[in-house]
Design a protein around this ligand. Sequence first.
Ligand SMILES: CC(C)(COP(=O)(O)OP(=O)(O)OC[C@H]1O[C@@H](n2cnc3c(N)ncnc32)[C@H](O)[C@@H]1OP(=O)(O)O)[C@@H](O)C(=O)NCCC(=O)NCCS
Length: 322
Amino acid sequence: MDQPARNWAGHSRLTGYDDGGCGVSPRANPHSLVHCGMKPLVIIPPSPARWHSLLALVGHKGPLWLEDIEKRFVQGVPGSQDAFAVIANGGQFLAHACINKKAKIGILGNVHTRSDHRGRGYARLVIKAMLAWFDMVGGKWLYLGTTADLADGLFGKFGFKVIRRSPREPHDGITMLRTVADVGYDPLGRSDAAATTRPISRADWPLIVALLQHRAGPDPRLALDESAVSAELTALELISQHEQGTCHVMGTFCADRALGVGSVAADRIGQRTYAILMPHGTELPELREAITAHARSQGYTQVDFPMETLADGECPASPTPG
Ligand SMILES: CC(C)(COP(=O)(O)OP(=O)(O)OC[C@H]1O[C@@H](n2cnc3c(N)ncnc32)[C@H](O)[C@@H]1OP(=O)(O)O)[C@@H](O)C(=O)NCCC(=O)NCCS
């Protein structure tokens, strides 16, 4: 059954805005009078009855993204806290953004406004509604992936700071982070909690993306900025393959943070399979052992780690922002 949609415009009071619920000061944006009547709805999934309205807006996304959005929106993902903000005109969605959250880490994504409704402040409205929700439910580290033009023109205005940048055409790929005042930039800092190694689930997506913003990916030839900018898709691909059973993915987690992720191919014919670990060269022997043990339990007698034979490329860390 659908969860009730909530009108989040009322939360402007919680976030200290005084904008009549439209998120943009009339003086700051000449279009504001056009959109002040439109209020974002925040939808907490599952919401199968509204799927067709959302699909009409985001149907252009690639298959891994669509699979993820549909699973979260229509069925709900156990263990994940997800919220979607939309500007709706009757049954038609004009703009959308969502946050996928686990523990205190979230990813803001799929910000989209219908092409014939752009320039009216709708993206601002849905982003603002999502940020109010994230802060209210205790989120601390909020990441997003975007392009350099939107990093400056849109997301920077909400307190997001660039953490990674990789060359792309026509605009560089960018990842950004927004934190609350009382936490550090890196959520993977030390903790006394015991680490556990277990199979990952779709709910872990934000934790894997966060890991790859601050630690190297599986391939030693790739700079950290490159693997960080590709992290959302890399993690979606791993999760999708894990769910299909073509690979088995495990993570080492400590107090709801991912410290490392390993994947072993489960569709190889014969005695031999291969695995990857991230960060590459990771000092997580329990993760390597768990991956190897899983492969053995599936009948493989040899597990290769081919990335470990590659030359170690430079993996410079970008400076801490702010
Ligand atoms: C990017 C997009 C969501 C903007 O939606 P929108 O409803 O037109 O945006 P808004 O009217 O709320 O604009 C908010 C701010 O973003 C800025 N902005 C919008 N599009 C921009 C662009 N392409 N480059 C730079 N700044 C941009 C606006 O100037 C505005 O700034 P202001 O508040 O200082 O006036 C929309 O163009 C879109 O859906 N594009 C395709 C999908 C996409 O690129 N999504 C982003 C994925 S990270």
